[in-house]
Design a binder for this molecule. Structure first.
Ligand code: IDP
Ligand code: MG
Length: 143
């Protein structure tokens, strides 16, 4: 089944939006299969954002995601990746539609409240970056 890693970024956790965000994703009928709160170490942040290592905002990205605790979770389901990306909205909250997570809660392009995997392949890889295989729980979701 397709997997997506989501991270409730520091601005989401700090403003008490974790439950609201997870609830929206559960509301899509997707299955929550792993969840944890953590303070991201620099090494993990650099691995997670490696694709952006040559971008001018890379250091800010790593600094921000390591600045305060986040909540990492895995959601599974058919088309989980694209459905979650749609629920998140555009990267820049100023461009994101109302009714999307970033459109409703994002503060600016850095503090845009949520990370979500952008393809099934990155979904699987990002889940492995944040979770051990034994951390993933399987059960039957009643829709
Ligand atoms: P995504 O989170 O929508 O997949 P990416 O292009 O993968 O967007 O960028 C990763 C994160 O880097 C974004 O969520 C955003 O917080 C940040 N970011 C992207 N573009 C910029 C930028 O031009 N300036 C500052 N931060 C950016
Ligand atoms: Mg991305």
């Amino acid at each position: 089944m397709e997997k997506s890693l989501i991270l409730v970024k520091p601005d989401g956790v700090d403003r008490g939006l974790t439950g609201t965000i997870l609830s929206r994703l559960e509301g899509l009928g997707l299955k929550l299969t792993a969840i944890k709160m953590l303070k991201v170490e620099k090494e993990l942040a650099e691995k997670h954002y490696a694709v952006h290592r040559d971008k001018p905002f890379f250091n800010d990205l790593v600094y921000y995601i390591t600045s305060s605790p986040i909540v990492a979770a895995v959601f599974e389901g058919s088309d989980a990746v694209s459905r979650i990306r749609k629920a998140c909205g555009a990267t820049d909250p100023a461009q994101a539609e109302k009714g999307t997570i970033r459109g409703d809660f994002g503060l600016d392009i850095g503090r845009n409240t949520i990370h979500a995997s952008d393809s099934p392949e990155t979904g699987s890889a990002e889940v492995e970056t944040f979770f051990k295989p034994e951390d993933i729980c399987d059960y039957s979701r009643i829709t």
